[in-house]
Design a protein around this ligand. Structure first.
Ligand SMILES: C[S@@+](CC[C@H](N)C(=O)[O-])C[C@H]1O[C@@H](n2cnc3c(N)ncnc32)[C@H](O)[C@@H]1O
Length: 350
């Protein structure tokens, strides 16, 4: 039976298991401790391409490594890497990660040690694998690239997983090229709010930045974190909110401020390069907004947060997934590392 191990944000295990049950109802999904959910797939589900907003990372066909120490884990993992990549001349990535919480028994430092010892072993025994390894997470996947993952779940239990390019493509709705699906962004005190972190994370995940000369519509823009990022990239911004942005942004020559309702705003010159929306509203309204913009093709790229109060509205995401698929967009729907109780839909229209 095909199985998959998913990593998620600590505390989101039940939410992810429920999402899996909505998406793949014939399969079995079980929470395994903090940050982990396992799926045992019904035969018809193995070929599906699930879009899972609450999965940070996916490990297809995970193989247990039971080992008493860091060095024994690294030894076993190095052996598996050499066996599985023996005929692969192309690029590959290597992620060793855990889901760290304040009380967790496995910490990121242990992952660093395992990774170092695996690479040391490869340097001694299979030097070519060290040379073909991709080290920069932000670099987009290459066509024939393989993802090798070691997830440290407990001090004596790890899982090893290999995903070739076809599997990566099939699982792109729940797999990340960042270790454990966690994307760190640099701290910056210049923007007027911490919301800027979400937009920087989306740029990294997309592998595409807002560019100089592009036009962005920023709905629900105040106090201006996202607008600050876009103006900093040299873009023109039409910011729509009921409240003004920080004074320096309001005075920026590339900013047009529209005081009003983001839901009824329609750009004059269409399509714009980016639709950005961080409006606080019920999910059904934000989903409707994105649906309209995509159907009318008013934007080329989009980054839209869907905000929740509690958990009752999470099933609304299934309708959003259907809208995104129907639009033909190359999209991702994720609970970002920098999201609170919200998920973010982002992507490009073809
Ligand atoms: C989370 S804040 C946005 C933060 C912003 N992205 C930033 O980077 O600073 C949400 C904003 O949505 C605005 N908002 C709420 N309802 C709105 C509506 N119907 N139209 C426009 N803006 C709205 C609020 O005024 C608030 O400024």
């Amino acid at each position: 039976m095909t199985s998959r191990l998913y990593a998620c944000r600590p505390g989101r295990e039940r939410v992810l298991a429920d999402e899996l049950a909505r998406v793949l109802p014939a399969s079995r999904h079980e929470v395994h401790g903090t940050g982990w959910v396992e799926s045992r797939l019904a035969s018809g589900d193995a070929a599906a391409s699930p879009c899972l907003a609450f999965a940070a990372q996916c490990l297809p066909d995970p193989e247990p490594i039971q080992a008493p120490s860091v060095s024994a884990t690294a030894q076993a993992a190095a052996q598996l890497v050499m066996e599985r990549l023996s005929g692969h001349e192309g690029p590959w990535r290597f992620h060793v990660f855990c889901v760290e919480t304040p009380g967790s028994t496995v910490r990121a430092s242990r992952c660093g040690l395992v990774e170092k010892q695996v690479l040391d072993a490869l340097r001694r025994r299979q030097k070519r694998l060290v040379a073909t390894r991709v080290v920069v997470s932000a670099r987009p996947w290459e066509r024939d690239e393989i993802l090798v993952q070691v997830a440290l779940v407990e001090p004596r239990l790890a899982f090893f997983s290999v995903a070739g390019s076809a599997e990566r493509e099939r699982l792109k709705g729940c797999m990340s090229r960042f270790p454990g699906g966690v994307v760190e962004v640099s701290e910056d005190r210049a923007p007027p709010s911490r919301a800027y972190r979400k937009l920087l994370e989306v740029e990294l995940r997309l592998g595409r930045r807002i560019s100089s000369g592009e036009t962005c519509v920023d709905l629900g823009a105040s106090p201006g974190g996202w607008t600050h990022v876009a103006l900093g990239r040299g873009a023109r911004v039409i910011a729509v909110d009921r409240s003004p942005l920080r004074a320096d942004l309001m005075a920026h020559p590339h900013l047009t401020f529209v005081r009003g309702d983001g839901f009824s705003f329609e750009p004059e010159d269409k399509p714009v390069d980016w639709l950005l929306s961080d409006i606080i509203a019920f999910p059904v309204r934000t989903i409707g907004l994105l649906e309209r913009w995509l159907a009318k093709r008013w934007c080329r790229c989009f980054c839209v947060t869907i905000k929740f109060r509690g958990q009752d509205d999470y099933p609304e995401l299934e309708r959003l997934k259907a809208i995104l698929v129907a639009s033909g967009a190359d999209f991702q729907l994720r609970e970002l590392t920098n999201n609170k109780n919200e998920v973010t839909a982002f992507g490009e229209l073809g």
